[in-house]
Design a protein around this ligand. Structure first.
Ligand code: SAM
Ligand code: DTB
Ligand code: SF4
Length: 316
């Protein structure tokens, strides 16, 4: 739902000015906004599961699951309801409040819709929030998922519109925006963010935040991923993202989308504790928790528990 205090007419110049503030000034502004609208000592915990792995026809240059790159991942057909619910129960036991299921599809095919509906219903019955990320969706499919009880749909814009064709050539930015609109119109909460480290420049990152912040209704959830460099993909040798640049983007996301949950997503495994702590100070308030993301390694549960204990941060 639209929050009436939301500002949807940010200009790129406004974002640039904030992004280029002295680090402490930027973090202080972000942190004050964070405290105003969120509990600064709580994070929301989501657990991810890949319910259909690999063999994707899209050519996203970062992805282990594209059929075009030899990344050595094991292909898996759509998992059974039982396999999925077993993991969902485990996730709940470990403290997750949301279970996110991902499939390596270009778009959802109606022949798979029934299986996904059953998974969503099963996850909801366990008392977890449900999220799926299945590629492009039609408005009818979005409505069917809403009727099944789906809470969130993840569909990332990844980067700026200008840089998008350097990352993916098999679909357009507008395709992504169309799916996001279908999800929003079906009254499903939108989870939409991007990836840093795709070879984009600072402006591309700011433009991504600018598009997200200026959507009619800002996404309820904004995952900020740091590229996981997967061997065999065209981006496997990309330059590492500077930690301070990453923290600045988290801070800016918090400032321009004050009500959204900002998720410190893929790539946490390659960040030290201090960087993560600064991200939480700057406004990140959600993480993926569990040993695996979709196909790559996440921070270990034990490490995350220790970090949360050191920071005295609890789960929402
Ligand atoms: N196929 C669907 C799609 O692309 O929307 C859903 C699954 S896809 C793996 C979900 C998201 O994961 C992508 O949109 C991308 O933002 C993120 N992602 C994939 N590979 C990544 C990587 N190596 N590093 C960081 N994020 C990644
Ligand atoms: C998102 O923004 N990040 C998650 C989730 N949404 C689906 C996916 C991260 C994938 C990282 C690479 C992998 O494990 O394959
Ligand atoms: Fe397919 Fe999604 Fe990976 Fe792109 S990011 S190759 S659409 S699984």
């Amino acid at each position: 739902m639209k929050n009436l205090d939301q500002k949807n007419n940010w200009t790129l110049e406004e974002l640039k000015t904030k992004y280029n503030l002295p680090f402490n000034d930027l973090l202080w502004e972000a942190h004050q906004i964070h405290r105003k609208y969120h509990d600064p000592n709580k994070v929301q915990i989501s657990t991810l599961m890949s319910v259909k792995t690999g063999g994707c026809p899209e050519d996203c240059k970062y992805c282990s699951q594209s059929i075009r790159y030899d990344t050595g991942i094991e292909l898996e057909k759509t998992l059974s309801l039982e396999e999925v619910l077993k993991q969902a129960r485990e996730a709940k036991k470990n403290g997750a409040s949301r279970f996110c299921m991902g499939a390596a599809w270009r778009n959802l095919n109606n022949s798979n819709l029934g299986k996904i509906v059953d998974m969503v219903k099963g996850v909801k019955e366990l008392g977890l929030e449900s999220c799926v990320t299945l590629g492009m969706l039609t408005s009818d499919q979005a409505q069917t998922l809403k009727d099944a009880g789906l809470d969130y749909y993840n569909h990332n814009l990844d980067t700026s519109e200008e840089y998008y064709s350097k990352v993916v050539t098999t679909r357009t930015y507008q395709d992504r925006l169309d799916t996001i609109k279908n999800v929003r119109n079906a009254n499903i909460k939108v989870c939409c963010g991007g990836i840093l480290g795709l070879g984009e420049n600072h402006d591309d990152r700011l433009k991504l935040l600018n598009v997200l912040a200026n959507l009619d209704v800002q996404p309820e959830s904004v995952p900020i991923n740091k590229l996981v460099r997967v061997k065999g993909t065209p981006f496997s040798e990309n330059q590492n993202v500077d930690d301070f640049d990453f923290i600045r983007i988290i801070a800016l996301a918090r400032i321009v989308m004050p009500f959204s949950m900002v998720r410190l997503s893929a790539g946490r495994d390659s960040m030290n504790d201090q960087t993560q702590a600064l991200c939480f100070f700057a406004g990140a308030n959600s993480i993926f928790y569990g040993e695996e993301l979709l196909t790559t390694k996440n921070s270990s549960i034990q490490h995350d528990q220790e970090l949360m204990r050191k920071l005295k941060i609890g789960a929402i």
